[in-house]
Design a protein around this ligand. Structure first.
Ligand SMILES: NC(=O)c1ccc[n+]([C@@H]2O[C@H](COP(=O)([O-])OP(=O)(O)OC[C@H]3O[C@@H](n4cnc5c(N)ncnc54)[C@H](OP(=O)(O)O)[C@@H]3O)[C@@H](O)[C@H]2O)c1
Length: 259
């Protein structure tokens, strides 16, 4: 597939995201899943101690915001929610009469560590984002649950995986699908990227990721930075789909060979 002009993030995304270019129903038990993150030349997604780094340049950041308009949900782990206090909404896009669709912010957070004074809750209250959904363990503290619900957060209990102690991704994806989320953008951080990349569906034995879009920024972070992948987790084998350049950054789109 030929990459379009480097300056057109919307067309590039439409050319690599099948669910956008030829809309179809996702599988019954999960949404379409796009995994995306920005990394340095040495494969780091954050600085020493998890310090948030703005790795993407303006052009690739714009692409990320276009990508958010093309997904119904946007998922991060509680590590990212606590560390970065992200907004996960669509901003920076060209002004137009019709508002851009906003994805539902979705947080994987077994023990309900999510903070109700974060930007996601504030943006929901001020109309600058959708209601945040926090997916937690079925055993999570009911008092924490009640307090977050009172703050406007939707709490969704899911099964835990006894082997990893984390939320079970098959259950996460199947519950999101049942709740009507047909497309999901997974934005990090390290543990969530690793979990999604190494996960194989228990029903099909295949990856639950449809597309991987990585921004590579021309900078080195150094050994103390946080790598894109958690050590010890074996990522899926991938095939190249397309590459392009956005400003100073390179964008690589791949897909797991078994999805
Ligand atoms: N460059 C980028 O594109 C980018 C994007 C996002 C984040 N980041 C960076 O990534 C760092 C955060 O990464 P992180 O690894 O600490 O946190 P994370 O991946 O955002 O969140 C990990 C936490 O999510 C919860 N979780 C629940 N179920 C899970 C599952 N099945 N798989 C994985 N996690 C699950 C776990 O906490 P519980 O056990 O408590 O539930 C886990 O500790 C920050 O430094 C941030 O700046 C970079």
């Amino acid at each position: 597939m030929a990459a379009p002009a480097a300056s057109d993030p919307e067309s590039f995304l439409k050319s690599v995201l099948n669910h956008v270019s030829s809309p179809a129903e996702p599988p019954q038990n999960r949404p379409f899943v796009t995994l995306t993150y920005a990394q340095s030349l040495d494969g780091k997604i954050a600085g020493k101690g998890g310090k948030q780094l703005i790795l993407s340049g303006n052009e690739s950041m714009l692409m990320t915001h276009w990508m958010r308009t093309m997904h119904e949900g946007i998922l991060v782990g509680i590590g990212t929610a606590l560390n970065d206090d992200p907004q996960l909404n669509t901003r920076r896009l060209p002004v137009r009469a019709e508002p851009y669709p906003q994805p539902i912010p979705i947080i994987l957070d077994s023990q309900l560590r999510f903070r109700s004074n974060c930007k996601l809750v504030g943006n929901y209250g001020s109309g600058n984002g959708r209601q945040p959904w926090v997916l937690c363990s079925e055993e999570a503290d009911p008092k924490k649950r009640e307090s977050l619900e009172n703050a406007g957060v939707k709490i969704v209990p899911v099964k835990s995986n006894p082997q990893t102690g984390k939320l079970d991704l098959d259950d996460v994806l199947s519950i999101l699908r049942k709740l009507g989320v047909k497309s999901l953008m997974v934005e990090g951080g390290q543990q969530v990227i690793s979990s999604f990349l190494s996960h194989k569906s228990s029903s099909t034995g295949k990856s639950a990721v449809d597309s991987i879009i990585v921004t590579v920024a021309p900078t080195y972070v150094g050994n103390e930075g946080v790598g894109a992948l958690d050590e010890g987790q074996l990522p899926a084998k991938v095939a190249h789909v397309s590459s392009t350049v956005m400003g100073r950054d390179s964008i690589v789109a791949c897909r797991p060979t078994e999805s």
